[in-house]
Design a protein around this ligand. Structure first.
Ligand SMILES: [Zn+2]
Ligand SMILES: [Zn+2]
Ligand SMILES: [Zn+2]
Length: 147
């Protein structure tokens, strides 16, 4: 994403294109590992942009509210953000190290799962998360088992 696209997206969401917002959205657009806020801060600072911890949390939330970032908050885990929005992709999450990987939705459209009975609800989303061990943690797990 070019800088102009980033600024355009911010303005499209009703947000002024301040340096911290541009930097955070740039970082999210380039990151595919669903970074935690502390990782976002580190990456923003690497770009030479000053950002306080509070400001980083605020910017991430503003991007989320503006539908420019997706917020992933799983039980027992830290909040993560990503710039891949607008599709119905799901996540594979490692129980050990928290590695979070995108996986396309088999059906494509939300809700991609139908309950046995919707009890009169108008459903618009099914939250699907696949839990397991990533390849690296499987190796460690084997080592532990044989040690
Ligand atoms: Zn892992
Ligand atoms: Zn994702
Ligand atoms: Zn799906």
């Amino acid at each position: 994403m070019t800088r102009a696209t980033i600024e355009e997206r911010l303005r499209g969401a009703g947000l002024r294109a301040t340096a911290p917002r541009v930097a955070v959205l740039e970082v999210l657009a380039e990151s595919h590992d669903h970074p935690r806020v502390d990782q976002v801060i580190e990456r923003v600072r690497t770009r030479g942009v000053m950002i306080s911890t509070q400001a980083a949390y605020d910017v991430c939330e503003a991007l989320h509210r503006g539908a420019l970032a997706r917020r992933i908050a799983l039980a027992g885990g830290p909040v993560r953000y990503e710039a891949r929005v607008g599709d119905n992709h799901h996540h594979l999450v490692c129980r050990d190290c928290g590695l979070t990987v995108d996986v396309d939705c088999a059906r494509g459209e939300a809700p991609c799962l139908e309950p046995e009975s919707a009890h009169g609800f108008a459903l618009d989303e099914a939250e699907v998360t696949y839990w397991g061990l990533c390849p690296t943690c499987q190796i460690h797990d084997d080592r532990r088992a044989t040690a």
